[in-house]
Design a protein around this ligand. Sequence first.
Ligand code: 5GP
Length: 213
Amino acid sequence: MVRKGILIVVSGFSGAGKGTLMKKLVQTYDNYALSISMTTRPPREGEVDGREYFFVSRERFEEAIDRDGFVEHACYLDNYYGTPVEYVERELASGKDVVLEIEIQGAMKVKERFPSALLLFVMPPNIPELERRLIGRGTESKDNIEKRLKRAREEAEGIEQYEYIVVNDDLEQCVRQLHSIVEAAHAAPFRNRSLIQKMREELDSCYIHRIQI
Ligand code: 5GP
């Protein structure tokens, strides 16, 4: 029996290391598919169209909104970001656990539309380390780093909406922890309704069979 894929939402402050974590997660285990978002943000140095994001104009993004092409979309620091619907549906149907690495407004929209989605929040070990990571990345202006830290403070208000927190201190350990959470989530009764139903039916027929003996 192919187990049903879980829609996994991963959020966290900019600079918490979500991107690196997710890449490592999909490289280490074969049950994951990482969704690639569409954005109007210009590519950073080293980013490739179709790998980190699909980089598009505002017009193309708005066209996709109009034809209902997103699972969710949101605006983050003046740019649009959205999760294209086709890939997510296809991979979930094939049994993959699909990871959406998205910010908090998008996460809340996903939870509303798919209540069984699993919501995870990645934290840095502490805030000085977050600042160091943002500066060390060397891709963001000072002004942008400040905006991202301010945004992190706002996002911190929503952390309790998530089911689990993971602290990204040691990459390998954090990846193992994320994977254990997902494996545990697969064992929840509400994700195994058909298995439970099948057991009940088998018990019923075995009971009826014995009464007839
Ligand atoms: P960045 O510009 O650093 O790549 O991403 C900025 C924020 O947008 C991050 O918190 C990232 O997780 C989020 N993000 C990336 N793709 C999506 C998406 O498709 N939808 C939403 N709602 N947020 C996204």
